[in-house]
Design a protein around this ligand. Sequence first.
Ligand SMILES: C[S@@+](CC[C@H](N)C(=O)[O-])C[C@H]1O[C@@H](n2cnc3c(N)ncnc32)[C@H](O)[C@@H]1O
Length: 282
Amino acid sequence: MSATRLASSTLDSDSFRAIADLAYRESGLTLADKKATMIQSRLRHRLRILGLPDFAAYCAYIQSENGQEEHPHLISALTTNVSHFFRESHHFDTLGKLVAKRLPDLRAGGCLRIWSAGCSNGQEPLSIAMTLLDHAPDMHKLDLRILATDIDASVINFAREGVYPDRLMSGVSDEMRARFFTRHTASAGGESGYAAKSEIKGMIRYNPLNLLKEWPMRSQFDVIFCRNVVIYFDVETQCRLWPRMHQLLRPDGVLFLGHSERIAQPEKFGFRVGEPTTYRPL
Ligand SMILES: C[S@@+](CC[C@H](N)C(=O)[O-])C[C@H]1O[C@@H](n2cnc3c(N)ncnc32)[C@H](O)[C@@H]1O
């Protein structure tokens, strides 16, 4: 198969539907028709790797038994992983206040558990770790832990490495860079960057987790960050998530959503709205 033919393969409407249906079933992503060009360009790379002639062949493959192993790659190609350090900084102000309030209890042997659900490349959980350390310099003596999960194993691997090219470092002040990162001269793509120090990386446990599937966590969290994730889900999928989030949140806990996300009728799911995009159990 010539590279030119592979590269020019166009996404026909049947293939679009099959891919969109599979993405919805497996991950909750809703892909509107207007996303066809985006899907086409993101998946051409997969066709090339698999040596498949066109999207019809790709769809036959993903629907076959052997093609199951392609599903994570398909989902990874279709998810949007954009993130920033200290994105929506007001959430980190709220987190800082919460930590300050809980410090006496923590110093008396209590624990603080935080979940970054849909953590992408780790900028969100690292921002959480820096905020905690900023408020609790004696943190190494305290029981603070951050769980960071994402459906996309490739971003989890990136996050575990914790090396960020310069272009991804905006939002981290010079003071924080000096305190929590070391200069890294040749990161993944040969770009210079910064490596997160073990002081912050060590506070985070990274695991792949699909929000639509079973969650292995049994104990509750004080804080859940689930930001800029459910925006890709339809209302039905979102409404299945809220009771599960509520169940995993301590009665005095906080749930943060992204700036364009909201829980419609929060009281129906046991939440009240606090500050913008901040929900607390009723
Ligand atoms: C735009 S990023 C948001 C990253 C970070 N929370 C933030 O606000 O900067 C959305 C992330 O949600 C993840 N995601 C999408 N569907 C998911 C699912 N069903 N389960 C878990 N993570 C999912 C994607 O892989 C992606 O990394």
